[in-house]
Design a protein around this ligand. Structure first.
Ligand SMILES: NC(=O)c1ccc[n+]([C@@H]2O[C@H](COP(=O)([O-])OP(=O)(O)OC[C@H]3O[C@@H](n4cnc5c(N)ncnc54)[C@H](O)[C@@H]3O)[C@@H](O)[C@H]2O)c1
Length: 355
C-alpha cells in the first residue's frame, strides 16, 4: 500500500491509501472461476438487479473499427457497478475472426478495475475468460428465468459452436440443466464434430445429434442457443419457430426482423441492444418503434413482466460492462484471498504532486 496526501494542502489532508497494482493471468482467472458456475450466475443476477435499480453507470460501448480490416474490431466497455461490488472499470476486447485460421482464438481481452475512491486502476486481468464466463452465466440465468412459466426445455440446440457455445453448455450443465437431446449445427463440419467430441468427453447424458440444416436444428430444439459470428440475419422463416422455443440469441445478428416480430422479445438493456445493427435494432429501424420489446431480463426477474408461453421467446443480450466488473471483482477477491496477487511494485510512480 502507498499512502499519499489526498489534496493539494498536504499538511492538513488525511492521507489516503492506494491499493497496489496487480496483474492477474488467464491461468489465475480460470482457477478462480472453474467449478463455481452457480455462484457466478448468482453474481450476474445481482449485477442485473443493481443495474436495474439504477445503481450503475454503463455508457454505450465504443467500437474501434479499421477501414482496411472491416471484419475486425476492438470494443471498449467502460462501466461502474454499485451495490456490494462498488467498482469502476473498463473491458477492452478485440474480435479478429481471421485469428481462427491461424490457430488462435478470435477474441482477446483485458479488464481494468478502478478504485472508486481515487480512480486509480488497481488490477489488470486477462479477460477473454471473464467475458465468456459472464456471457455464459447470463445465458444460463436467462434460461432459468425465462423457462419458469413454460415447459422446461428438454431438447437444446446449439447453433454455432465455438468458444461461447462451449461456455454456455458448461454453465447450463453446472447449474443443473440436463437434456434428453442435444443438437449441434455449425457452418463448419469440423467445428460441429469438435463440439460433439467436447460434449461426449464432458459426460453428458442425452442423445447428441449433428444437424445438417439450420431448419432441422431449430425445429428439433425447445431451447436454441445462437453463438455464431454472423454479421447479418441468415434465419428468415418464422415457421421454423412454430413450436414456441426459448431462444438465447447471444450472437445478436442471426434472426431476421420477421422472426422477432412473431416472438416475445427480452433484452438485457434496451438502449444498448438497439444499436450496431443487431436484429432488435433492425426491427426498430424497420418499424420505427420499440413496441416489439416486452422488457429486460431484470423486468422478468423482478416480476414486472411475464412472457407468455404461447409464442417463441427470444433473449438478445448486448452484453453489459457491469457483468464483467461483477465477475472480475469476484476473481480479484478470490486471487487476493488466496495470497496470489502478482503486484507490480512502483507501477504508479512520482505520487508527490506538490513536492
Ligand atoms: N451478447 C454477448 O454478451 C456476447 C458476448 C461474447 C460473445 N458474443 C458473441 O458470441 C458469438 C460467438 O463467439 P465465439 O467466441 O464462440 O466465436 P467462435 O468464432 O469461437 O465460434 C463461432 C462459431 O459459429 C460458426 N458459425 C459462424 N457463422 C455461422 C452460421 N451462419 N451458421 C452456423 N454456424 C456459424 C463458426 O463456424 C464457429 O464455429 C460472437 O458473435 C460473439 O460476438 C456475444
Amino acid at each position: 500500500m502507498t499512502a499519499i496526501p489526498s489534496a493539494a494542502n498536504s499538511a492538513s489532508a488525511e492521507p489516503i491509501t492506494l491499493p497496489p497494482f496487480a496483474v492477474i493471468s488467464g491461468a489465475q482467472v480460470r482457477q478462480a472461476l472453474s467449478g463455481r458456475e452457480s455462484r457466478i450466475v448468482e453474481l450476474v443476477e445481482d449485477a442485473y438487479r443493481v443495474h436495474g435499480t439504477g445503481d450503475s453507470v454503463n455508457p454505450p460501448s465504443y467500437f474501434l473499427r479499421f477501414p482496411d480490416r472491416p471484419a475486425d474490431r476492438i470494443i471498449a466497455l467502460p462501466a461502474c457497478l454499485g451495490g456490494q461490488t462498488n467498482v469502476a472499470g473498463l473491458k477492452w476486447i478485440s474480435s479478429y475472426p481471421g485469428n481462427v485460421a491461424a490457430g488462435i482464438p478470435r477474441a482477446s481481452a483485458v479488464l481494468i478495475l478502478n478504485d472508486p475512491e481515487t480512480g486509480y486502476p488497481f488490477a489488470c486481468l486477462e479477460s477473454s475468460i471473464i467475458s465468456a464466463t459472464r456471457t455464459a452465466a447470463s445465458a444460463a440465468l436467462a434460461a432459468g428465468w425465462l423457462s419458469r412459466d413454460r415447459q422446461r426445455p428438454r431438447r437444446v440446440g446449439f447453433f454455432g459452436v465455438g468458444l461461447i457455445a462451449r461456455y454456455i453448455h458448461t454453465f447450463l450443465a453446472g447449474t443443473g440443466w440436463t437434456f434428453d437431446e442435444i443438437g449441434v449445427h455449425d457452418l463448419r463440419p469440423d467445428n460441429a464434430a469438435g463440439f460433439r467430441g467436447y460434449l461426449e468427453q464432458s459426460g453428458v447424458t442425452g442423445r447428441i445429434s449433428v444437424h445438417e440444416t439450420a431448419e432441422h436444428l431449430i425445429r428439433s430444439s425447445d431451447l436454441v442457443v445462437f453463438a455464431t459470428i454472423a454479421g447479418q440475419p441468415h434465419v428468415h422463416d418464422p415457421s421454423w419457430f412454430a413450436h414456441n422455443p426459448l431462444v438465447l440469441h447471444i450472437s445478436l445478428r442471426d434472426l431476421a426482423p420477421e422472426i422477432l416480430l412473431a416472438s416475445t422479445n427480452i433484452v438485457d438493456d434496451i438502449d444498448h441492444c438497439l444499436k450496431a445493427d443487431t436484429s432488435p435494432h433492425l426491427v426498430e429501424q424497420r418499424t420505427g418503434t420499440r413496441d416489439f420489446l416486452l422488457g429486460t431480463l431484470d423486468d422478468v426477474i423482478s416480476a414486472r413482466v411475464t412472457p407468455p408461453a404461447d409464442r417463441p421467446l427470444i433473449f438478445s443480450p448486448f452484453g453489459l460492462g457491469v457483468l464483467d466488473l461483477a465477475v472480475g471483482t469476484f476473481v480479484y477477491d478470490q486471487v487476493s484471498n488466496a495470497g496470489g496477487l502478482q503486484i507490480i511494485e512502483d507501477f504508479f510512480h512520482d505520487l508527490r504532486r506538490y513536492g
